[in-house]
Design a binder for this molecule. Structure first.
Ligand SMILES: Cc1cc2nc3c(=O)[nH]c(=O)nc-3n(C[C@H](O)[C@H](O)[C@H](O)COP(=O)(O)OP(=O)(O)OC[C@H]3O[C@@H](n4cnc5c(N)ncnc54)[C@H](O)[C@@H]3O)c2cc1C
Length: 300
């Protein structure tokens, strides 16, 4: 591992960490150590690092804000890549917006509103990065990434830089093609529209008020844990099933929002996984519906 660290440092990559606790990089504040954690600032650094990982047979994964991710207690074998600097830039050209994958999705929503553009109001309460939002087809309030994205710039596992259209990303509910064919999102271009500034501000304020009222903002969590089953809401099934407040270790079904699991302090990934399994079984028993997680599990 020391040779690998030295090779990366020789490429000018300064932020290389060993045994980095992933609890520091997830909104759940849960997760064991990653063998290797690197912050990469340019496309060249990224391509070089991927190449080095390939040569040395080191598995790698990219993380955004870790706001939809449960990292296991044993942590991640291989490398975790965090994008920074060049990947954190925003360019607005009329109604066309090109933004780096590391850019905050919430900040993007706010900046776009300041330009009087409409289309990304829904992003105002989604605490991830643009890269994570494209990967997940993040959405809320009746909209999602697929409604506004024009194209995404990617680095493929082969080391090739490509730009692919929205159609090629095969978006559906919380799904993109990137979930089957791994690639790194470098930047995204959105087609927005000129909007009414007062209307945009009012919609964003109303979305924010609703979230603050209905979601446990004060506690570490990862948003909705389960995907909504067709024609229903996971939160409704969990709440009607009387499971609000149910806890395993430090993980609890939020008393405020039934589809959120909160870390009440010292929760382990094992607690969350056990609670997820318990909810799946109880909901299946009562309603005959098997809930499927929306959150992603990374690590050993
Ligand atoms: C309080 C709260 C509220 C939330 N509300 C919503 C909501 O309303 N709607 C919604 O859709 N989600 C919501 N979420 C979930 C989450 O914010 C989104 O799924 C978000 O898009 C994840 O982005 P991230 O950068 O944190 O991704 P991460 O959790 O870091 O990663 C998620 C996946 O994306 C991949 N990924 C990340 N960056 C890249 C990249 N550059 N290239 C390729 N792959 C990448 C990762 O490898 C991982 O597989 C909420 C979460 C919280 C904590």
């Amino acid at each position: 591992m020391d040779v690998l660290v030295k090779t990366l440092q020789d490429l000018g990559i300064t932020d290389v960490r060993l045994q980095e606790p992933m609890a520091n990089h997830t909104t759940w504040k849960i997760g064991g150590p990653a063998d290797l954690y690197v912050s990469l600032c340019t496309r060249h650094q990224l391509r070089d690092a991927i190449n080095i990982f390939k040569i040395n047979d080191v598995p790698w994964t990219v993380i955004g804000r870790g706001s939809n991710t449960l990292v296991s207690d044993r942590g991640i074998r291989g490398a975790v890549i965090k994008l920074e600097d060049e990947f954190d830039e925003l360019h607005v050209d009329g109604t066309v917006v090109r933004v780096g994958a590391a850019y905050s999705f919430i900040k993007l929503s706010v900046m776009i509103a300041k330009h009087g553009l409409t289309g990304l109001e829904f992003a105002g309460g989604i605490p991830g990065t643009v890269g994570g939002a494209v990967y997940m087809n993040a959405g809320a309030h009746g909209s999602d990434i697929a409604q506004v994205l024009r194209e995404a710039e990617l680095l493929l596992a082969s080391g090739e830089f490509v730009t692919i259209s929205k159609a090629e990303l095969n978006f559906s509910y919380r799904h993109s093609k990137l979930q089957e064919e791994p690639a790194i999102v470098l930047a995204a271009t959105f087609d927005l529209q000129v909007g009414d500034r007062k209307r945009i501000a009012a919609d964003m304020a109303s979305f924010k008020e609703r979230r603050q009222r209905t979601q446990p903002w004060q506690q570490p969590c990862a948003g909705s844990v389960f995907r909504n089953p067709p024609g229903d809401h996971a939160a409704r099934l969990i709440e009607v099933g009387g499971l609000k407040g149910l806890a395993v270790g430090g993980a609890q079904i939020s008393p405020i929002h039934a589809n959120f699991i909160v870390n009440t302090g010292g929760a382990r990934a094992r607690d969350v996984l056990d609670l997820i399994a318990l909810v799946q079984d109880k909901v299946a028993e009562q309603f005959g519906v098997r809930l499927h997680p929306e959150v992603l599990v990374l690590g050993e």
